[in-house]
Design a protein around this ligand. Structure first.
Ligand code: MGD
Ligand code: MGD
Ligand code: SF4
Ligand code: MO
Length: 709
């Protein structure tokens, strides 16, 4: 018999879906369903989140710390013994090769564990190593680059519910449940937005589930966002379709923007991005010429392609032209729920270019962004000899062997390490390479907060916060670890004091998960006990916050076209299209059933997505003499993979759309496509990287398709 119902929320993605759970007589998770009465997520939950019972009780879950022996076999060892050994080995490497030989990589599993989301950073800082890498810099770090090159507006951009027109570039929130669109039940929120009259423009090579709602869909050729966005900006400027009053006050170099986008004429854009010219004009008119409040937002599509930093810069330039910001006196819907509140005057904070100060990569001179080094350089940091070469890596809730472009090279690098430790609940392909695997509590077994690092992106209409206690008991006979404990226990053994949220940690007595969460929420107007007592979360205070007037004498302006951006635009313009042999383009995409590589091994998931299908338009298939189900070779300048073709009429022509996060270790016994799919990172060179954030090219990459049976 199931016990009473418990309220909690899912922490796989930013959806933060309210859930109703039950546990069995042993306290183990027994059932899960979406909470119809959740005030934020309104009864939504997706396939991935509803797999939690299987995931927590999976026979594939790692239940006790594992150590790999020299012959490659693995044994279970007690947690404290594993920590002793890891601390000894870290200490020895540090003594021999210095602080910078120690590094860490964190992925989604770490970011969504509130108590430990910044523990890796704190741990490495305590050791004197700047070498924190994460999935954030193989994702949308173009947004941080753009903020640093253009400037920022403290009150923020228009909230979704206040805009009349929204442009979504390369994002499919109906499936990815990810910003920039509202991720609290995106389908319902989109229907509501449409019902109140919001116009939607979507730029995506696929007629996605999101594009289905659009007034205007521009099926851009992948990798050509820069072309299209420059064309839209040119049209806005040429026709006077922009907010002159806002730009007069806040744009620094509008004329230079006008000059630099001038070559992107309608004919040029239509030919190169392969779109009707009229749709470019119509997008520009809706964004700036219809007297409506418009907002542009983007995600992985433009931020993973060629010139991703430039593409993102052009998207934000559209926002400046449209004046898409919260103005003086307007309400700031979420000024901070657990994050500290800071003054938010309606003015431009000029481009800070923060990466120019701080640590610099010995590989390519890239600096640090968001307090991290660039993941695009990680394989080289491990493989290239010299002072500062990385020899030990702690992987926290990530799967770098799967997620980093040029899979052969990153796997070679992970194998070359003197020490690889994973905090990881399942035998991921990275864990397979690890010297130690420390299995953590899974989400419903730990107390947690909402994804506080980016809380304003989740809770968009109020300063809302949410706490959950641990609901389920871990499996019988397991020895699991709190993610944060690993770092605390290693620091203690290594004799280095750690801080946490700016305060020293007691290195004598370990903290508790709740104590760490309380510290995160210390600045909240709501006492932590009150938050703990609110089962569906709470608005932390009732004060209405408004954008303050600009500080007297402030003169900051947005940099719309600084020199480096102009140079990148000139490069993009001068680019010669790839040779006719590579006549198709690879496009990134997400699947409903998996979260990157997470969930791959669950039986229901495997039933639906046994491997990653290569989606191609049916006419494209027919023209190439291919049929759905054919084995095809996808070849880039860098590598090749074999996959099964699948017909997708929602795609534009000349595109193959295939998800990442699949595949075994190359050459391993289970490296079998029909069993595990294949890593698209075998196609990506990892070396063609953007300046500043070392972002590799992951979409829009030219490929050839060939039938092989
Ligand atoms: N070719 C290509 N490559 C890509 C992308 C792409 O579109 N195309 N996308 C990129 C993007 S946007 C991202 S964010 C990265 C993702 O990069 P990663 O975060 O490195 O990869 P994931 O597959 O999400 O791995 C998350 C790991 O966390 C583990 N985990 C799950 N729950 C927990 C938990 O509670 N605690 C702990 N400690 N671990 C847990 C999972 O088992 C899994 O192994 O991949 C990037 N790589
Ligand atoms: N179900 C599910 N949800 C997820 C994830 C998952 O793996 N599965 N991953 C999570 C993560 S880590 C992230 S970062 C977010 C990502 O969130 P999103 O970026 O919204 O991810 P997608 O749904 O892949 O949407 C990207 C869209 O870009 C389009 N695209 C591809 N190439 C180009 C291009 O060159 N230009 C343009 N304009 N469009 C292009 C694709 O067709 C696709 O529709 O999703 C998160 N949510
Ligand atoms: S949308 Fe995200 S948060 Fe909601 S159930 Fe799915 S995975 Fe969990
Ligand atoms: Mo991501």
């Amino acid at each position: 018999m199931d016990g009473p119902e418990h309220l909690s929320f899912c922490r796989i993605c930013m959806g933060t879906c309210g859930m109703v759970l039950t546990t069995d007589a042993d306290g183990r998770l027994a059932s899960i369903r979406a909470d119809r009465d959740d005030p934020q997520t309104l009864g939504f939950a997706c396939f991935k989140g509803l797999r939690a019972v299987e995931a927590h009780n999976s026979p594939k879950r790692i239940l006790r710390p594992l150590k790999r022996l020299p012959d490659g076999t693995r044994i279970e060892i007690p947690l404290e013994v594993a920590l002793d050994e890891i601390a000894d080995r870290l200490g020895a490497i540090r003594a021999e090769s210095g602080d910078h030989a120690l590094a860490g990589y964190k992925g989604g599993g770490a970011f969504f564990t509130a108590s430990a989301a910044v523990m890796l950073n704190e741990f490495l800082a305590a050791l004197g190593s700047p070498k924190v890498y994460s999935s954030a810099t193989i994702d949308q770090s173009a947004k941080a680059v753009t903020a640093g090159r253009m400037g920022t507006w403290p009150p923020g951009k228009l909230p979704n519910d206040r805009c009349d027109v929204m442009l979504l570039v390369g994002t499919n929130p109906m499936v990815s449940v990810n910003p920039p669109f509202d991720c609290r039940n995106p389908v319902k929120r989109m229907k509501q937005a449409r019902a109140r009259g919001m116009k939607l423009i979507v730029i995506d090579p696929r007629r996605t589930e999101t594009a289905e709602f659009a007034d205007l869909h521009l099926p851009v050729l992948p990798g050509e966002d820069v072309t299209l966005l420059a064309g839209i900006l040119r049209e806005m400027l040429a026709n006077g379709w922009y907010d002159r009053a806002f730009c007069d006050h806040h744009a620094g170099d509008l004329e230079r923007l006008r000059e630099e986008v001038a070559p992107f004429t309608l004919d040029y854009v239509a030919a190169r991005a392969d779109l009707p010219a009229a749709s470019v004009t119509e997008a520009a008119r809706l964004l700036g010429g219809a007297g409506l409040r418009a907002l542009a937002g983007s995600s992985t599509g433009p931020d993973m392609g060629a010139h991703s930093n430039l593409a993102e810069h052009l998207i934000e330039a559209i926002n400046v032209l449209a004046g898409a910001f919260i103005r003086e006196g307007e309400e700031i819907p979420n000024p901070g729920a657990v994050l500290p509140r800071v003054p938010q005057p309606a003015q431009v904070i000029p481009a800070g270019r923060w990466w120019e100060a701080g640590p610099i990569s010995r590989i390519d001179g890239s600096g640090s962004l968001m307090g991290e080094m660039m993941t695009g350089t990680l394989a080289d940091e491990i493989l290239v000899p010299g002072p500062g070469q990385v020899r030990a890596l702690i992987v926290h809730g990530g799967n770098p062997a799967s997620s980093i472009p040029d899979q052969h090279r990153i796997v070679e690098a992970l194998r070359a390490l003197n020490l690889l430790v994973c905090i990881e609940p399942v035998m991921s392909i990275t864990a397979e390479l690890a010297d130690y695997v420390l299995p953590p509590f899974m989400q419903y077994e730990r107390p947690d907060l909402h994804f506080w690092l980016y809380e304003w992106m989740i809770y968009r209409d109020a300063p809302w916060a949410r706490y959950t206690p641990a609901i389920a008991r871990p499996p019988e006979g397991s020895e699991l670890v709190d993610d944060w404990y690993v770092f605390w226990a290693l620091a203690k053994r290594m004799g280095v004091p750690m801080t946490y949220q700016g305060q020293p940690l007691d290195m004598g007595v370990p903290p508790t998960g709740d104590a760490l969460l309380e510290r995160i929420a210390a600045a909240s107007p709501m006492p932590f006990e009150a938050l703990q007592a609110a089962p569906r979360g709470a608005r932390v205070d009732e004060t209405v916050h408004r954008a303050a007037p600009a500080e007297p004498g402030c003169s900051g302006r947005f940099s719309l076209m600084p020199d480096d951006v102009a140079a990148e635009l000139a490069d993009a313009l001068a680019e010669v299209p790839p040779g006719s042999a590579l006549d198709c383009r690879l496009a990134v995409r997400r699947l409903r059933e998996t979260f990157n590589s997470v969930g791959r091994d669950l039986p229901e998931t495997r039933k639906r997505q046994p491997f990653n299908r290569a989606y191609i338009h049916p006419d494209e298939l027919a023209e190439r003499g291919m049929a759905p189900g054919d084995r095809i070779r996808i070849r880039s300048d860098h590598g090749e993979i074999v996959a099964l073709a699948s017909a997708d009429p929602t795609l534009r022509r000349r595109v193959v759309s295939i998800a990442h996060g699949f595949g075994a270790l190359p050459g391993a016994a289970d490296d079998d496509y029909q069993q595990n799919g294949v890593s698209t990172n075998l196609l990506l060179d990892g070396k063609t990287r953007e300046t500043i954030n070392a972002m590799p090219r992951m979409t829009g990459v030219p490929v050839a398709l060939e039938r092989i049976n």
